[in-house]
Write a protein that binds this ligand. Structure first.
Ligand code: KDG
Length: 315
């Protein structure tokens, strides 16, 4: 079994009971979210050993997140509770097509208590891949130092690094995001980015500009996610493309994290570039068919069934 490491904040996510403007929604379902935790759950469901590093509120909601993640089989050895830092909340608005808006109540997140010294070499024993995202960086300027410490250990131990910019302009400005990415990209082996995101970051999403970005930052695998239009990969001076699966989305939040988990699973297992993209597309598509940020993350058999169009016996 391959082992992956990720690090990030989690929130209680409130999914609306109906679509449309949040101001008219009066009932919500309490769920769990957080980009890196979604990724961790995705990896665990596919069968990877997944270590998540985080800090949770020492409150009832912190326990909900802990028990949920542990129940999904995520390795919680690096997760601690902190008192007097209430768990952050995220209220979602969802439109008819499954897309939506995010309303954060995230002021003093428990993960602000994580320090660079808390990152030890021993945490990375046996780790095959480290996955980081821009959400963690966006939460606090200090988190760049933590990420740099992780990247230092990654280069020392020659562990592959994947990164998803996950731009959240409700948490920081594009200028702040770009400055941080400039520092991170040179250490990234696999960049998993939305097409709109990379366009915001480098100002141009033409193939020539993307190829230049991969060269400038020495990114071995540049993966471009484009939702319902499929995904592309630039690797060894070659472009690979794979169309998306046709599904009826009801909640698209978390699809990108699922794609990342699928990509990393397939890549670690030596799938070809096209098969890796197809597997990742499959995971992303399945996430959108279930309400919640991570509930739709599939088990291995479910992705395989989608890809091979094999019928799962249901009754
Ligand atoms: O990628 C999905 C995440 O955005 C969601 O689960 C909540 O972590 C979150 C965030 O900060 O937006």
């Amino acid at each position: 079994t391959f082992s992956v490491f990720t690090l990030g904040d989690a929130l209680i996510t409130f999914n609306p009971s109906e679509t449309g403007p949040l101001r008219y929604v009066s009932a919500f379902t309490r769920k769990v979210g957080g980009a890196e935790l979604n990724f961790a759950i995705g990896c665990a469901r596919l069968g990877l050993h997944t270590k998540w590093t985080s800090r949770l509120g020492g409150d009832e909601f912190g326990r909900v997140i802990y028990n949920f993640a542990r129940g999904e089989g995520v390795d919680m050895a690096n997760v601690e509770f902190v008192e007097n830092y209430p768990t952050s909340l995220n209220f979602k608005e969802i439109r008819e097509d499954g897309s939506g808006k995010t309303f954060y109540y995230r002021y003093q997140s428990p993960i602000l208590t994580l320090e660079p010294e808390d990152i030890t070499e021993a945490m990375f024993d046996g780790i095959d891949l480290i996955h980081l995202t821009g959400v963690f960086l966006a939460i606090d300027p200090k988190n760049l130092a933590i990420v740099k410490r992780v990247l230092e250990i990654a280069s020392e131990k020659e562990i592959k690094v994947s990164f998803d910019p996950n731009i959240r302009l409700k948490l920081w400005t594009l200028e702040q995001a770009k400055a941080a990415y400039q520092e991170i990209f040179p250490y990234v082996d696999i960049l998993l980015t939305g097409l709109d995101e990379i366009e915001m970051i480098i100002g141009d999403a033409s193939e020539a500009a993307l190829e230049q970005c991969a060269i400038d930052f020495n990114i071995g695998q540049l993966v471009i996610k484009d939702g319902g239009n499929g995904a592309r990969l630039y690797q060894d001076q070659t472009w690979y493309t794979k169309e998306a699966f046709k599904v009826s989305p009801i909640d698209t939040v978390g699809a990108g994290d699922g794609f990342d988990a699928g990509y990393i699973y397939a890549m670690l297992h030596g799938y070809s570039p096209e098969d890796t993209l197809e597997f990742a597309n499959g995971v992303g598509a399945l996430v959108t068919t279930v309400s919640g940020d991570n509930e739709g993350l599939p088990y291995l058999q479910e992705v395989k069934a989608l890809i091979s169009k094999e019928k799962i016996i249901e009754r």
